[in-house]
Each structure stands twice: as C-alpha cells, then as structure tokens.
Design a protein around this ligand. Structure first.
Ligand code: ADP
Ligand code: TRP
Length: 319
C-alpha cells in the first residue's frame, strides 16, 4: 500500500508528539511504502518570518531522521522541492466548489480563533489534495482533525475523474490508533502551547530540571505514595512494559522512596529511550550535507512520480 504522511514542522518536539505521532509513523515504514514530506508550503500559511520557517524545516528533517525515518525505506523530502504540487493545486482548484472549502472545520476554527483569513489558509485543503493525489496515495494516516481534508480530497478527485476519466486514485484516510493523551508536567494535555511540555532533545541537566517540575501530591517521605493519578507515574508508564509497571507500583506503595526519586527515575527512562536518537541527531547535525542529500534523493523520487502524473493530468484536460 502506498501511504503518505505530511508533517507540519512547528518547532521543538515533545514527548506527546513522540508517542502520539512519531513512533506510529516510524512503525508504518515496516509494512508499507511510506512517503513522508515536510509541508513547508502549508506552514507558510501561518509563518511569521523566513528564518523561522527555514529553521523549523531543517529541525524537522533532522529530528525525524534521528527518531527512525529510514531513508532506505521511506521517501522523505521537503514539499517545496517538488513544485509540481503547486501546478496540480491550481488545476484541482477548478474542481473544488467554494461551498466545499467554506465547510472546512479547520479553516472555520482558525478564523474563529481570530487568525485573519487569506486565500492560502482558505485553499489549504486543495494543496493537501494535490499532495495526496499527485502520488497515487492509497492511505493517508491522520489525526481526527484531518479526516475532513482527506474526504475533501476524495470529493475533488471524484469530480475530476467524472469529467476527465480515471486519472486519480481515491485515497482512504486511516485514523491512527487512539494514543492516550500524554499529560504534561501540570497534568493537562502536553502541548507546546501550554508551556507544560517535556522536549525530546534537552541537555541531561535541563531534562532533570524539567522532570523536577512535574506536579505531584505532597505526601511526606516515608509514607506510601498514590500512583493512580500521579503524573510522574503516568509518564514513566509510557516507557515500561506491564511487569515493569507493576514493579513501579510496588515501589510507590513501599513508602521507601519519595517523588524526587521517581522524578530521577523518569529522567533516566527518557534519557535511555532517546539515547540512540540523540546519537543519530548529533551525527546528522554534524553532517548536514547528508541530511540535504537524503532530502534531495527523496525529492527526486517524488518528483519522478509527480512528473508522470502531471503529464497524464495535463493531457487529460488539454493543457
Ligand atoms: P502541540 O499540541 O504541542 O502543538 P501538535 O498539535 O503539533 O502538538 O501535534 C503534533 C502531533 O503530535 C499530532 O499528531 C498530535 O496528535 C500529537 N500530539 C501532540 N500532543 C500530544 C499529546 N499530549 N498526547 C498525544 N499525542 C500528542
Ligand atoms: N494538514 C496536515 C497537518 O496539519 C499536514 C499535511 C499537509 C498532510 N499535506 C498533507 C498530511 C498530505 C497528510 C497528507 O497535519
């Protein structure tokens, strides 16, 4: 199956992103022909300045490669390196009724939040349709908020195919298995917008400091600790199998250790989990030419598929 995922790069990644988005993506490449790109044309809709957009794009490339995107298995590129997608975007616009775009939840939500509407924000789903249709994508793994965009892609493709013949493959969305919401250091959903995140790539000392800030109850040392609603326990559990979770429960109940010990333990778990990714990241940061080569190779492959498709599309419509 050909699977496509688009990444909106928006700064530093945290543990919620890791368990909610990156790990499942890395799993996909084991079974499918995975195409993954950094959606920098899409990010432009909300970008404030050139330097940040550039930096976020590079950071995402390095972080995703470090966390397990395997360039031997997965085609990985930056969206704007395959500009054919913009040509298709314009053509698809002709098959996109205004009403379809006006009903888009994500656009309506953004406008309701006070983001000023512009044409790029409005037509965002058409560009997403172009990403998907250009590569004959069969499956698009998405979070719930993106399901509608894949449905719109199908609507656009059906309208095109009805008028000009069977050119586009109709994609299916696949909602990723519900990952429990990972709590932040204050117990709310971990999010970079809530200032409660534990970032993936921190210095060891800073990581311990961040873990020390996790809010827990104030049971004095020497008394058994509650593990059920404890944020440290919830975060540590992400890294443990069932047997290890039971062992941790026993340690909580023994009364021999305080929250400080468990904050140290959590830091160790995070540090350990990411040790390989950290090494790879160090490597890539010192070999940016390799990162650029990987992205160029990915762009070349995506482009070769895109060009064949565009020839067919243009022929079909008379361009
Ligand atoms: P943030 O809330 O920090 O801005 P994003 O909205 O950029 O995060 O999310 C990127 C991806 O990470 C999405 O697939 C989202 O579902 C996942 N994700 C983000 N935060 C969490 C969380 N706390 N628990 C589980 N998954 C999360
Ligand atoms: N809109 C997606 C998001 O915000 C990113 C994206 C852009 C995408 N183009 C795509 C995802 C094509 C899947 C397929 O997460």
């Amino acid at each position: 199956m050909r699977v496509l995922t688009g990444i909106q790069a928006s700064g530093k990644l945290h543990i919620g992103n890791y368990f909610g988005a990156m790990k499942p993506m890395v799993e996909l490449q084991k079974e499918h022909e995975l195409f993954t790109f950094i959606a920098n044309y899409h990010s432009l809709t909300t970008s404030k300045d050139a330097a940040t957009l550039k930096q976020y794009t590079i950071d995402a490339a390095v972080d995703y490669l470090s966390l397990g995107i395997d360039p031997q298995k997965t085609t990985f590129w930056v969206q704007s390196h395959v500009p054919e997608v913009l040509e298709l975007y314009w053509i698809l616009s002709k098959f996109t009724p205004m009403g379809l775009l006006e009903r888009a939840h994500s656009y309506k939500d953004k406008v309701a939040k006070g983001i000023s509407a512009n044409h790029a924000l409005f037509s965002y789903p058409v560009l997403m349709a172009a990403d998907i249709l250009m590569l004959d994508t069969q499956i698009v793994p998405v979070g719930k908020d993106q399901i509608q965009h894949v449905e719109m892609t199908r609507d656009i493709a059906i309208k095109f195919n009805n008028e000009y013949g069977d050119i586009f493959v109709l994609p299916e969305h696949q909602v990723q298995a519900e990952v429990a919401t990972i709590p932040g250091i204050d117990g709310q959903k971990m999010s970079k917008s809530y200032d409660n995140a534990i970032d993936l790539f921190m210095e060891e000392k800073a990581l311990q400091k961040r873990c020390n800030k996790i809010i827990s109850s104030s049971t004095p040392l020497g008394e058994p600790l509650e593990w059920e609603d404890d944020n440290i326990f919830a975060l540590a559990s992400l890294f443990l199998d069932n047997r290890e979770k039971l062992e941790l429960q026993v340690r909580y109940q023994s009364g021999k250790e305080g929250y400080g010990h468990f904050k140290k333990y959590l830091k160790e778990l995070i540090w350990e989990e990411l040790s390989e990714a950290r090494e790879k990241r160090e490597y890539y940061l010192n070999h940016m030419d390799e990162v650029n080569d990987i992205l160029a190779m990915g762009a070349k492959k995506a482009q070769s598929i895109a060009q064949v498709k565009m020839t067919k599309v243009k022929e079909a419509i008379g361009l």
